[in-house]
Each structure stands twice: as structure tokens, then as C-alpha cells.
Ligand binder design. Structure first.
Ligand code: PLP
Ligand code: COI
Length: 364
């Protein structure tokens, strides 16, 4: 067994004054307000992970030939820390994020991050920047990521990496707050092909999704829905969320894994829905079927889910050839029920019977 890596604390020379921080946190939106510190850990071939520090958040100095800048060897995670109803600070299933990061790392030929180092890193950041965790509906979004720093232009897995965790005070993901969203089905662009990187949370997947996301915005939509890359028929997922379909017979359908991100929210909703008496099916669902079921009323509700967005009802679907509405175009009853069940566990108002919540003791 390798020795546990201790994260050294390097004092911040000038943390944000309390008044300035409060102003930033008043209306944070998503991903714009950053806390004072970051964790960095270096990996080099032969030496492994070393030089773990929590220190002032500041720009990186990396060589212009760093592999990440040319060949996009980069992966990331996303999870939230909450101030629970009882004042405790908790995160949701962080060990699942650690495992997924390592599956992404394997796919992208990057080194694994020991699970305890991942957990120590997020805990260190949450403890140090606890003042950035908002009260109420907001949360502290943690963004662990790893990228290749080796200066080398040959194409092969790099020999040097940095693992970093930053934190951001966040409110609702979508502009305009918590609302039912409109989605755009992209018929021209796909996100992931079999054998590709669809199941990895790598930056490249998001880079290639941006043109479709821009098209969604141009068409007045909040998010893009991708179809499978082979038949251009089956619903895969959204640009940054998984998708669920609620049928009129207590059946809930979600696309199977393979080319989509294995969402931790998705996994949790499948469990909560089954416990609430729904039949949950992971099976392919076609865009043609989606239109037919929405029109016939067989499809009652649809929703998008992910850490950032939590659960957002899908009210309307647009595509090049037209548009259709789902249910009453607002949040459906089952979407609302599942959101309350999930958020209740995350916020500590509903019993955590699966042991999903991970407390971070601020005094530790
Ligand atoms: N799908 C994509 C493409 C995502 O970026 C995300 C967000 O992380 C998800 C699905 C949902 O995953 P999770 O529930 O683990 O946040
Ligand atoms: C998340 O939900 O954590 C995501 O990563 C989605 C998006 C912000 C990329």
C-alpha cells in the first residue's frame, strides 16, 4: 500500500474580504463566482502523485507545449457541497465521482487518482472555503479536474499531470432560475459514437457539443439533446444532463449506458423511482417514438437531470422540422415528486437510508 498523501496548507496572502464575498454570493448564477483556494497535486511518471497543496486560487503557469493545449488530455468531475437543514456540511455520493473520474482517466490514458486523495482534496477545499457555501437553495459546486502538463508535441499519453479542485458558489444552472426547460434536438451533430469517449467526462466531449448548444440557444432552447451517432434515431442525452421519460403506466424510461455519461443523479433517480413504485427501464427510446408518445399523451412527463441542473422538467421540444409539447408544458407531478425525494436527501430533510450523504466536519 502506498502512503496516504498529506495535503499541505499554504496560507492565502489575501482572501476575499467578507463584505465582497457576501456581494458575490448574493446572486451567483452558475459557475461565475469562485472561492479563494484550490487544491493542486502533481503526477509525474516514476514518482506518482506528490506535492499536494491547498493554496490561493491563482492562474496556472504551464508551458505552451503542454499536451492538454494540443491533444485535450483533460477530464473533470462535478459535485456539490450543501449546508444541510441541520447546519451540517455534506456532499452527495462523492465516492461515485472519484470512481467515475478514474474510469474517465483510464479511457483517456491518464493516471488514477487514489479515492482517498480525491476525498481528502474535496474535504480540504470545503473546509478551507466553508464561508463560500451558501445558506438556502444554493450550493458550493466542486470541480475536480486533471490535465496533462508535459511539454511534448508527440502524440502519446503524457508523463506529467496536475489534479486540481476548485470551488464555486452556485444557484440555479439555467438562466431565469429553477424552471421547466425547452430542448433542441440536434439532427446534424452527434456527441459520442460506440467505442468513443461518451462515457468519459472529458473536456473534449463538451468542446464538440458547443456548436450544437449554440444552435439550441439560437432556436430559443436551454439545452441540446443528442441522438445516437449510428442511426441518428435513439435519444442519448443532453449537452450536460441525462434524460428520463415518464409514461402514463407508471413506467419511467431512460436511455441505456454505452455512449452517455453514467450520471450519478441518473443512478440515484433510478433507485428513488423504483422505491416509489415506478417501473424503471433502461432502454433505447427513439426520437420518432418521443414525438408520437408526446402527441398521443402516452408520455406524461420528461425531465433532464444532473448535478448542476438537479432535475429540470422538459416542457417543450424543438427540432428543425417543428416542435411539440410534453404534458401541460410545465413541471409534471412525478418530476416534482422525484425532485423532492432527491433534494430532500441532499438537504437533510428526508432520511438518507442509502448512506448517500458524506459529511464534511468543518472542525476536523
Ligand atoms: N451527462 C452529461 C453530458 C453531463 O455533463 C452530466 C453532468 O455531470 C450528466 C449527464 C449528469 O451527471 P451527474 O448526475 O453525475 O452530474
Ligand atoms: C454537472 O452537472 O456537474 C456538469 O458537469 C454539467 C455541466 C455543468 C457541464
Amino acid at each position: 500500500m502506498t502512503a496516504r498523501i498529506v495535503i499541505e496548507k499554504v496560507p492565502h496572502p489575501a482572501p476575499t474580504p467578507a463584505g465582497e464575498r457576501a456581494a458575490l454570493m448574493a446572486n451567483p448564477g452558475f459557475g461565475k463566482v469562485f472561492s479563494d483556494h484550490m487544491v493542486t497535486v502533481t503526477w509525474t511518471a516514476g514518482k506518482g502523485w506528490h506535492d499536494a497543496k491547498i493554496r490561493a486560487r491563482e492562474p496556472f503557469r504551464i508551458d505552451p507545449a503542454s499536451a492538454v493545449l494540443h491533444y485535450a488530455q483533460e477530464i473533470f468531475e462535478g459535485l456539490k457541497a450543501y449546508r444541510g437543514a441541520d447546519g451540517r456540511v455534506v456532499t452527495f455520493r462523492p465516492e461515485e465521482n472519484a470512481r467515475r473520474l478514474n474510469r474517465s482517466a483510464e479511457r483517456m490514458a491518464m493516471p488514477a487518482v487514489p479515492e482517498e486523495l480525491f476525498i481528502d482534496a474535496i474535504e480540504a477545499l470545503v473546509r478551507t472555503d466553508a464561508a463560500w457555501i451558501p445558506e438556502g437553495d444554493g450550493s458550493f459546486y466542486l470541480r475536480p479536474f486533471m490535465f496533462a502538463t508535459e511539454a511534448f508535441l508527440g502524440v502519446r499519453p503524457a508523463n506529467e499531470y496536475v489534479f486540481c479542485v476548485i470551488g464555486s458558489t452556485v444557484g440555479a444552472y439555467f438562466k431565469g432560475g429553477y424552471k421547466t426547460v425547452t430542448v433542441w434536438v440536434s439532427e446534424d451533430y452527434t456527441r459520442a459514437a460506440p467505442g468513443g469517449t461518451g462515457e468519459a467526462k472529458c473536456g473534449g466531449n463538451y468542446a464538440s457539443s458547443l456548436v450544437a448548444t449554440a444552435e439550441a440557444f439560437e432556436n430559443g432552447c436551454d439545452q441540446v439533446v443528442f441522438l445516437d451517432a449510428v442511426e441518428r434515431r435513439w435519444i442519448d442525452e443532453l449537452g450536460g444532463m441525462n434524460i428520463f421519460f415518464v409514461m402514463d403506466d407508471k413506467t419511467i424510461v431512460t436511455p441505456p449506458l454505452g455512449t452517455i455519461l453514467p450520471g450519478i443523479t441518473r443512478l440515484s433517480i433510478m433507485k428513488l423511482a423504483a422505491e416509489a413504485g415506478y417501473t424503471v427501464k433502461e432502454e433505447p427510446y427513439g426520437f420518432d417514438q418521443w414525438q408520437a408518445d408526446a402527441r398521443s399523451g402516452r408520455l406524461r412527463e420528461a425531465f433532464a437531470c444532473g448535478t448542476a441542473a438537479v432535475i429540470a422538467g422538459i416542457g417543450k421540444v424543438k427540432y428543425r422540422g417543428g416542435e411539440f409539447s410534453i404534458g401541460n408544458s410545465g413541471d409534471g407531478e412525478i418530476t416534482t415528486q422525484l425532485r423532492s425525494a432527491l433534494v430532500g436527501v441532499q438537504r437533510g430533510t428526508v432520511a438518507d437510508k442509502h448512506g448517500w450523504m458524506h459529511e464534511i466536519r468543518l472542525d476536523a
